[in-house]
Design a protein around this ligand. Structure first.
Ligand code: SAM
Length: 281
C-alpha cells in the first residue's frame, strides 16, 4: 500500500466526518480504520499500534496462560503484530479481524514473513458483529481497540459469545475519566488517539460483567501510555521541522497541540493504560 493514496483517502474521510457525521458511529469506526491503515502510523507508533508494544503483549499472553494450539481471536488486529507474536512465540492458532482492509493485507504479509502463515489468518470484520459461531475460541485478545468501539456493550457481548465456556478474554486498553477531558479532545482527533471514548476502569469491568464475563485480574500500566504520548509528540515535532511536501496539507501544529493535551491528561492521572483478563464462566 502506498502512503500517498491512503493520505488522500484520510483527508476525504476526516472531511466527511467533520462535515456533519460527527456522532455517527459508523463514520467514527471507518475513520479510525482508515487512519490506522496509513503506512505513516508505523513511523509514530512502531511495530505495535498500542502502548507497551510487544512487551505488554507478552505480559498479556502470560496472564492468559496461553498454550500451544489454543484457538485465539485477535479483535482489531491492526497490522498483525500481536497475532503473529502469539503464533510465533506461543504456537497458538490465531485469527485476526480488523475493520481496515489495508491493515488486514499488511498483517497477512507480516505473517508470511514471520513464517507463521500456517497458524495465522486475517480477515476484514467488525468487533460489533463478529463473523464467527458461538463458542469458537479458547482465547480472545484485543489491544488498544475496545476504547474506540462506539457500541461497547455490543462489542463486549460479541466477545463473550464467540468464547467457549471457560475461555478467556485479554484486553490491553486506554482507560480514562471522560468527565475530566478537555472539549477539544472529545472530537474525532481524540477518538483516533484512542482517548475520546475510553472509559474509567470500573466501567470497563461493568461492561464486561454485563456481557456475562467474570473479570479476574486488572493491572495498570499507565507509564507506557505516557511514554507513547511523548514518543508521538517528539516525532511530530521532528516532522514539522522537516517540512515534508507530502504533509503540508496537514496541520501538524494542531496535531502537536492535541498530543500535548493528551499528555497533560495522562500526567495528572486522569488516563492510563490497563491489562485485563476475564473468563467466560
Ligand atoms: C490502535 S489500533 C490497534 C491495532 C492492534 N490491536 C495493535 O495493538 O497493534 C486500532 C485498530 O482497531 C481497528 N478497529 C477500529 N474499530 C474497529 C471495529 N469496530 N472492528 C474491528 N476493528 C476495528 C482499526 O482499524 C485499527 O487497526
Amino acid at each position: 500500500m502506498s502512503t500517498i493514496p491512503s493520505l488522500a483517502v484520510l483527508g476525504d474521510v476526516v472531511a466527511a466526518y467533520q462535515a456533519g457525521t460527527a456522532g455517527d458511529a459508523e463514520a467514527a469506526k471507518s475513520c479510525c480504520a482508515v487512519v490506522y491503515g496509513i503506512d505513516l502510523v508505523g513511523l509514530f507508533l512502531g511495530e505495535s499500534y498500542h502502548p507497551g508494544g510487544v512487551e505488554l503483549t507478552r505480559r498479556l499472553a502470560e496472564l492468559l496462560a496461553l498454550e500451544a494450539d489454543h484457538h485465539v481471536l485477535d479483535v482489531a488486529s491492526g497490522v498483525g503484530t500481536t497475532a503473529v507474536l502469539l503464533a510465533a512465540e506461543r504456537r497458538a492458532c490465531v485469527v485476526g479481524i480488523d475493520l481496515g482492509a489495508a491493515q488486514v493485507a499488511r498483517a497477512a504479509t507480516r505473517a508470511t514473513a514471520a513464517g507463521v502463515a500456517d497458524r495465522v489468518r486475517f480477515e476484514v470484520g467488525d468487533a460489533e458483529r463478529l463473523p464467527f459461531d458461538d463458542g469458537t475460541f479458547d482465547v480472545l485478545v484485543s489491544e488498544c481497540a475496545f476504547c474506540t468501539f462506539p457500541d461497547k456493550p455490543t462489542a463486549a457481548r460479541e466477545a463473550a459469545r464467540v468464547l467457549r465456556p471457560g475461555g478467556r478474554l485479554g484486553l490491553t486498553d486506554v482507560w480514562l475519566h471522560p468527565d475530566r477531558l478537555e472539549p477539544d479532545l472529545s472530537n474525532i482527533a481524540g477518538r483516533i488517539a484512542c482517548i475520546a471514548d475510553a472509559r474509567p476502569i470500573p466501567e470497563v469491568r461493568a461492561l464486561l460483567e454485563a456481557a456475562g464475563l467474570r473479570v479476574d485480574h486488572v493491572e495498570r500500566h499507565d507509564d507506557v501510555l505516557a511514554a507513547t504520548v511523548e514518543l508521538v509528540a517528539t516525532r511530530l515535532r521532528a516532522l514539522r521541522l522537516l517540512d515534508l511536501p507530502l504533509l503540508r496539507s496537514f496541520d501538524l501544529r494542531r496535531a502537536i497541540d492535541i498530543t500535548r493535551s493528551v499528555g497533560d491528561v495522562v500526567a495528572r492521572g486522569d488516563a492510563g493504560y490497563l491489562a485485563l483478563v476475564a473468563t467466560k464462566p
